[in-house]
Write a protein that binds this ligand. Structure first.
Ligand SMILES: C[S@@+](CC[C@H](N)C(=O)[O-])C[C@H]1O[C@@H](n2cnc3c(N)ncnc32)[C@H](O)[C@@H]1O
Length: 251
């Protein structure tokens, strides 16, 4: 089992261009799910925690969180928000034995897993840290967004003070894989301008593949909702943008 390559300087620009914007929308869904499923025990595990946005959200509501991510540079950015309880690890083989009342995995992180066996491994790992009353909350991209958005000719471009990000994407139908070439720069601590040059891949999964993988791992969705964080659905040739799952362990 190999750990995917780190995000590098992308972590800083990711946070500014993508992470914060995404989390504003994700927070509305989380607020609703958390209100409808209250719990006394406030222990939270964030899988593929990235720059720590979910950890900061849970902490602001009195939860104790642990974040796991494979990228040291994403964890470095997370440390700014959540100085403690960050673990470098692979979400397919979690390095912990305790259980949590809420487990999250946000911003299509599970689409980074390139085949169904890996997706099932990540679901089994999530299941292993859940009790019967725990909930696992995650979002994945609707498969239609890969041809509709990742297949677009024009790159996504964003810039701000001290950073620039350009993401050119393509969709390879034969293995349902989206490929992103990321370039730009981020000016890091000490004024060092660090180039961004990375390649990321994502796999498109149908809702059926996701629910079958959940079942193989001993999990069941109690809710699946359409999630359109940037209100794009009307402008896209896609039946959905993202799917947000709320799951329980089944015995
Ligand atoms: C799109 S980012 C999302 C980060 C964060 N969840 C958020 O909402 O901003 C995807 C994250 O998944 C992490 N990741 C991808 N595959 C992973 C794996 N197998 N184990 C742990 N982390 C992984 C990457 O390092 C990256 O931080």
């Amino acid at each position: 089992m190999t750990i995917p390559s780190a995000y590098g300087a992308f972590a800083y620009a990711y946070d500014k261009a993508l992470g914060e914007r995404f989390f504003k929308a994700a927070q509305r869904v989380l607020d609703d799910v958390m209100r409808r499923h209250p719990t006394h025990e406030r222990t939270h595990l964030d899988l593929a925690c990235g720059t720590g946005l979910a950890i900061a959200y849970f902490a602001s509501q009195g939860w104790s969180s642990i974040g796991v991510d494979a990228s040291m540079s994403m964890l470095g950015a997370a440390r700014e928000r959540a100085p403690r309880r960050l673990v470098c690890g692979d979400i397919r083989a979690l390095p912990m034995r305790t259980t949590f009342s809420r487990v999250t995995c946000l911003y299509d992180s599970l689409n980074h897993l390139k085949n169904r066996a890996d997706l099932v491994a990540a679901f089994r790992a999530a299941r292993s840290v859940m009790r019967p009353d725990s909930l696992f909350l995650f979002d994945m991209n609707h498969p239609d967004v890969y041809p509709a958005i990742w297949g677009m000719k024009d790159p996504y471009v964003a810039e701000g003070t001290g950073w620039r990000l350009e993401i050119a994407t393509l969709y390879r139908k034969r293995d349902a894989t989206g490929i992103a070439r990321v370039s730009g720069f981020a000016t890091l601590a000490g004024g060092v301008k660090e180039p961004i040059r990375e390649r990321h891949e994502q796999r498109a999964y149908s809702e059926r593949e996701i629910t079958d993988s959940l079942a193989e791992a001993g999990l069941a969705a109690i809710e699946v909702r359409d999630f359109d964080p940037y209100n794009e659905s009307d402008t896209l040739a896609a039946e959905g943008v993202k799917l947000f799952f709320v799951c329980r362990a089944v015995s």
